[in-house]
Design a protein around this ligand. Structure first.
Ligand code: AMP
Length: 287
């Protein structure tokens, strides 16, 4: 596996890869890799000739009071994990390479980016869309893989690809991969390492309460009632606050007061200590 840090080296390396096989899959990450990231890589390996992974802790998607400086950085360890998974090329640009002096463009996707995490983290999805569009243009992949763990992010990227008629990748080649979880159900996340042992044990209450709420909504319980029970359970387990707990239409992410015939998603963001955790689950639509 080759690691490249400049656009010029990236272009040369991509041209070499394309000689040995036409299809390239991109797996964008911010590093601090875990099994969740590696499932994306494995899916990508199964479907393309070459996998390009990127590691870039994108300052534009962090708010002023967020964890940009504290975000874990471990490039050598991450590179070894990616190499072991058969990744061909690691694109790890510096901030100056990604955003040279004079950079002034912002990509903003309305609608799907506005509620949920977009409400709690102003500007976050502009930062995500801007960097992902740049990564798409830099690598020009045939397909790109994203986790359902960040369900709203996936919706934002798909909306951008559709609205801007992206060709590489086409919106239909933006693949969502189901969330990888720890044995107790907690969604894997680079931020889980911020948790103390006590917080880590308590954090499993989040997916547990969400599973119960998803099942009770599917069985006909009133949505507001099920969400209130979820919030009470999560707070009782030791979470300090809940940013949102919402049932939403899976495609538009518009909030739903009741389960209908369209696919629905339960999405939650909650804080434990100073760590903000997000999770989401499908809720089976009424047949
Ligand atoms: P991040 O490094 O947090 O930006 O994540 C990079 C990619 O990995 C994103 O597409 C995430 O949605 C995905 N990802 C993160 N955690 C998981 C997980 N537990 N399961 C599946 N995909 C994940």
């Amino acid at each position: 596996m080759q690691t490249v840090k400049t656009l010029q080296m990236l272009r040369t390396a991509l041209a070499q890869l394309r000689v040995n096989g036409p299809t390239i899959a991109l797996v964008p990450t911010m590093g601090a890799l875990h099994e969740g990231h590696l499932t994306l890589v494995r899916r990508a390996r199964a479907e393309a000739d070459h996998v390009v992974a990127s590691i870039f802790v994108n300052p534009k998607q962090f708010g002023a009071n967020e964890d940009l400086d504290a975000y874990p950085r471990q490039l050598a360890e991450d590179a070894a994990m990616l190499e072991a998974e058969g990744v061909a090329l690691l694109w790890a640009p510096t901030v100056a390479e990604m955003y040279p002096a004079g950079f002034v463009t912002n990509i903003s996707v309305a609608g799907v980016s506005e509620g949920l995490c977009g409400g709690a983290r102003p500007g976050h999805f502009d930062g995500v869309a801007t960097v992902v569009l740049k990564l798409f243009n830099q690598v020009a992949p045939d397909m790109a893989f994203f986790g359902e763990k960040d369900f709203q992010q996936l919706a934002v990227i798909r909306a951008m690809a559709r609205d801007l008629d992206l060709a590489r990748p086409h919106v239909d080649a933006i693949i969502g991969v189901p969330t990888m979880r720890e044995a107790d159900g907690l969604a894997m996340s680079s931020r889980n390492r911020y948790l103390s042992a006590g917080q880590r044990a308590a954090a499993a209450a989040l997916p547990r309460a969400m599973t119960a709420a998803a099942e009770s909504i599917a069985c006909g319980t009133d949505v507001a009632e099920a969400l209130a029970a979820l919030e009470a359970e999560v707070l009782a387990a030791g979470f300090g606050s809940i940013d949102y707990a919402t049932l939403a239409d899976s495609r538009s992410l518009a909030p739903l007061g009741a389960l209908g015939t369209e696919p629905a998603r339960l999405l939650v963001a909650a804080r434990i200590g100073s760590t903000r955790l997000i999770d989401n689950m499908a809720v089976d639509a009424i047949a």
